[in-house]
Design a protein around this ligand. Structure first.
Ligand SMILES: NC(=O)C1=CN([C@@H]2O[C@H](COP(=O)(O)OP(=O)(O)OC[C@H]3O[C@@H](n4cnc5c(N)ncnc54)[C@H](OP(=O)(O)O)[C@@H]3O)[C@@H](O)[C@H]2O)C=CC1
Ligand SMILES: CC(=O)[C@@H](O)[C@H](O)COP(=O)(O)O
Ligand SMILES: [Mn+2]
Length: 385
C-alpha cells in the first residue's frame, strides 16, 4: 500500500488525481496521508472524508474553524496555514503530488523531496524558480521528480530509455490559447472572461490565462531545461491548435518520437501515479481518422513576447527564473483584478527583469529556499510598482 499526499487537492489537477484514486478505492493500493487546499473548504472536507485522509490542511489560518467543523466526526485532523502545509509535507509519504498553483507550491514540494518522497510535479513554478535546488534535494534524498505537466510527461515517455546524448531537439506543443486567431489590435481590450477560456483543456483560471498570453509555454520551456538538463537551443515550441501531440523528441539519427493523446490531464497524472508501470486510465482513445488532420505553425513572438522572455531568462540564469515567475504572477493578479490590460503583462515582466538585473544582477543559482523567496518578493514589489 502506497502512502500518498496531494498538495492542491481542491484544484483542477488535484481533483483529477483524487478522481483517479477514487476509481481504485477498495483495491487497497493507496493510503491517503495529507490533502491540502486553499479557500474551497467544502471540497477539501468532502475529499478528505471520502478518501479517509489522515490530515486535511487549508493554506489559510482564518479558515481553520470552518475546516474543523466540516471534518467533525470524520477522524481526519484539520490544520491551517503555511507552516501546517510544511508539516503535512514532512509526514512520511511514498508519492506526493505538487499541484498548488504559483510559487506557494515550492516549499511543500521541496520539503516532500527532502523527506525522500517521489514528487509528482505539476507545479511548474517550482522548477522555474528553483530547478537546481529541487534537483539537489532529490539527489540528496535518493528520490526523484516525475513530470505531471502534460508536455513534460510526454517528453519523459517519448524519451523512454534513450540517452539524452542522442537527443538533438525537444519540441513542446502550444495550443495558442484563447487568442490564437484574434487580430493583434483586439488583444489590448481582451477581458478576463475571454482570456479564461481554453480551446482544448479544462484547467484552473491562472494557467488558462497563461496559455492565452503564452506565459505558460514560456514557463514550460524553462521547466524542460531544468527537468531534462537540456540546452536552451535544444528546446522548441510549435503551435498545434488541436493539442493532440504534446511533445516530440528528435534524435541525432533523424528519428522523431512523438507522444499523442486526448487533452485530458488524467493521462499525465495517472502515468506518474502508476510509474514505473502503466495502469488503465479513464482517458478517451485516439481516433486519428475522426480527427482527420493535425496542424502546426510557428509561434509568433509579436503576439506572444513571453517566448522571447523565456530565452532571455535561460540566458541570464541564476535567479532570473524566480524573478520571471514572480513578476508574471503579479502581472496576472493585476490583469485579473482589472488594474492592467492583457497586453501590459509582458512589458511588466520584461521591465521587472531589467530592473532587478540592473540593481543586483541575477546572482548564482539558488542555494536555499529563503533566497528564492526573497527574490520572489522583490520581483512582486517591483512588478506591482
Ligand atoms: N490544470 C491543469 O490541467 C494543469 C496545471 N498545471 C500546473 O499545476 C498547478 C495547479 O494548477 P491548477 O490545478 O490548474 O490550479 P487551480 O487553481 O485549479 O488549483 C490550485 C490549487 O492550489 C490551491 N491554492 C491556491 N493558492 C494557494 C496558496 N497560496 N497556498 C496553498 N494552496 C493554494 C487551491 O486551493 P482552493 O482552490 O481551495 O483555493 C487549489 O487546491 C499549477 O502550477 C499549474 O501551472 C500543469 C499542467 C496542467
Ligand atoms: C495540460 C497542460 O499541460 C497545460 O500546460 C496545457 O499545455 C496548456 O495548454 P497550452 O498549450 O495552451 O499552453
Ligand atoms: Mn503543460
Amino acid at each position: 500500500m502506497r502512502r500518498i499526499s496531494i498538495f492542491g487537492a481542491t484544484g483542477s489537477v488535484g481533483a483529477n488525481c483524487v478522481d483517479l484514486i477514487r476509481r481504485e478505492q477498495g483495491s487497497g493500493a493507496y493510503r491517503v496521508v495529507a490533502l491540502t487546499g486553499g479557500r474551497n473548504i467544502a471540497r477539501l472536507a468532502e475529499m478528505a472524508r471520502d478518501l479517509q485522509a489522515e490530515i486535511a490542511v487549508t493554506a489559510y489560518p482564518d479558515l481553520l474553524d470552518d475546516l474543523r467543523a466540516a471534518l467533525a466526526g470524520s477522524g481526519t485532523e484539520a490544520a491551517a496555514g503555511p507552516e501546517a502545509l510544511i508539516a503535512a509535507a514532512q509526514r512520511p509519504a511514498d508519492w506526493v503530488l505538487s499541484a498548488i498553483v504559483g510559487s506557494a507550491g515550492l516549499a511543500p514540494g521541496l520539503t516532500a523531496l527532502q523527506g525522500g518522497s517521489i514528487l509528482a510535479l505539476a507545479n511548474k513554478e517550482s522548477l522555474v524558480c528553483a530547478g537546481p535546488l529541487l534537483r539537489r534535494a532529490a539527489d540528496a534524498a535518493g528520490t526523484r521528480i516525475l513530470p505531471v505537466d502534460s508536455e513534460h510527461s510526454a517528453v519523459f515517455q517519448a524519451l523512454g530509455n534513450d540517452s539524452l546524448d542522442s537527443v538533438k531537439t525537444v519540441t513542446i506543443t502550444a495550443s495558442g490559447g484563447a487568442f490564437r486567431d484574434w487580430p493583434l489590435e483586439r488583444l489590448a481590450a481582451a477581458t478576463v472572461a475571454e482570456a479564461s477560456t481554453h480551446p482544448n483543456w479544462a484547467m484552473g483560471q491562472r494557467i488558462t490565462i497563461d496559455s492565452a498570453s503564452m506565459f505558460n509555454k514560456a514557463m514550460e520551456v524553462i521547466e524542460a531545461k531544468e527537468f531534462f538538463g537540456l540546452r536552451p537551443d535544444q528546446i522548441r515550441v510549435v503551435v498545434h491548435p488541436e493539442s493532440i501531440i504534446h511533445a516530440m523528441v528528435s534524435h541525432i539519427d533523424g528519428g522523431t518520437i512523438a507522444h499523442l493523446g486526448a487533452p485530458d490531464m488524467r493521462h499525465a497524472i495517472g502515468y506518474a501515479l502508476h510509474w514505473p508501470q502503466r495502469g488503465a486510465l479513464p482517458v478517451a482513445d485516439l481516433d486519428l481518422a475522426a480527427l482527420g488532420r493535425l496542424t502546426f505553425r510557428e509561434p509568433d513572438e509579436i503576439r506572444w513576447p513571453a517566448l522571447r522572455l523565456a530565452r532571455e531568462v535561460m540566458q541570464a540564469g541564476g535567479m532570473a527564473g524566480a524573478v520571471f515567475n514572480a513578476a508574471k504572477e503579479q502581472a496576472l493578479d493585476d490583469f485579473i483584478a482589472g488594474r492592467i490590460a492583457f497586453t501590459e503583462m509582458s512589458p511588466r515582466v520584461e521591465n521587472t527583469l531589467s530592473a532587478l538585473s540592473a540593481q543586483a544582477g541575477f546572482a548564482a543559482d539558488p542555494d536555499d529556499l529563503q533566497t528564492v523567496l526573497e527574490w520572489d518578493q522583490a520581483a512582486r514589489q517591483e512588478a506591482a510598482a
